[in-house]
Design a protein around this ligand. Sequence first.
Ligand code: FES
Ligand SMILES: [Fe+2]
Length: 363
Amino acid sequence: MRSNHTIDMASSCWGNPAKYHRPMSQNGASSALVGQPALDHQWYPVALCEDVDPGPHGVRVLGRRYVLWHPEGESITAAPDRCPHREAPLSDGRMVDGCLECPYHGWRFGAGGRCESVPSAAPGTPVPPKAHLDTVAVEERYGLVWLCPGTPLGRIPDIPQEGDPEFRRLNTPFQHWAASSTRITDNFMDFSHFPFVHTATFGLAQETVVPPLEMGGLPNGFRGYAYEVNANNTTDAGQAVTGEDDDVLRRRMTTGYVLPFSVRSTIAYESGLEHILLLLTTPTDDVNSLFTFVVWRNDDFSVPAEEIMQFDLAIGAEDKAMLEKLEGVLPMDLTATVSVQSDRPSVDWRRSLAALLAEGAAA
Ligand code: FES
Ligand SMILES: [Fe+2]
């Protein structure tokens, strides 16, 4: 029987259509993502490290453009994508002698955003102090470049399998999804959509009824839930991932989040195979996102990475097709949409995000 109980959320206006598209948070503040002070202090994955080898590589985060480049012999540098001379986009420049060269008048920028040369100036002329770029924080982790637009207060999710020789790590290129990061993260916390959205991959074997889900702390600072599902295992791509040829496999899973938009799903098969998925979403603006995922597996490393990723990419494409039909930002006001018991995890994430946004607004 389908479970259809509403979660205990004090409200008398479930699904009030007048509120449906209004991006308002629980405290009445706008829940649009761009301009939320709290979000400026979080880390966002923006590129594969190899995309910035050496660069320049342009990205957009929360409505602002940044340029990333890899100065020779130094670590990756990120700065607003605006030349201080006449505001040309530095991401349209090129790397010359280990420096980022502006495409307009050729000023060159090295490590830490230092302006190293102004070609129009006579040799020996000092560089104006304001010609140096203000940089933003970057970190390289899991084959990804992470960027924080403001002072870092959040954290990059901790994945201990990264240093475990039993596991290999697999990366995929970043994708642009025409969907809000709020919609995407809500989806990744939810598994009641599996039998309806993931029909061509693994979802058909799952029952539609979702058992009661208990939210709590998961290892490594994630908050989420543990559950078991039956997964279809009938496609060649799926069997390459699972290493089994039974039509249906039992999966033990956990799914949890780290604010604002990181979700980890762990999948353990009866064979002992573990498959860790880190699903990462970066808001380029309110309603567009960058998406990538990283996989860690303790398999025998015999199946090529492309074959393994093909299955998860197909699952992601099913989510993308659905999510790009949903307009706007998911309202942080819980009363603006109707939730049932199976939505408990995504509602928990939504409450936490709303609290983070409210804290930032209050500060
Ligand atoms: S605008 Fe960049 S050098 Fe002039
Ligand atoms: Fe999905």
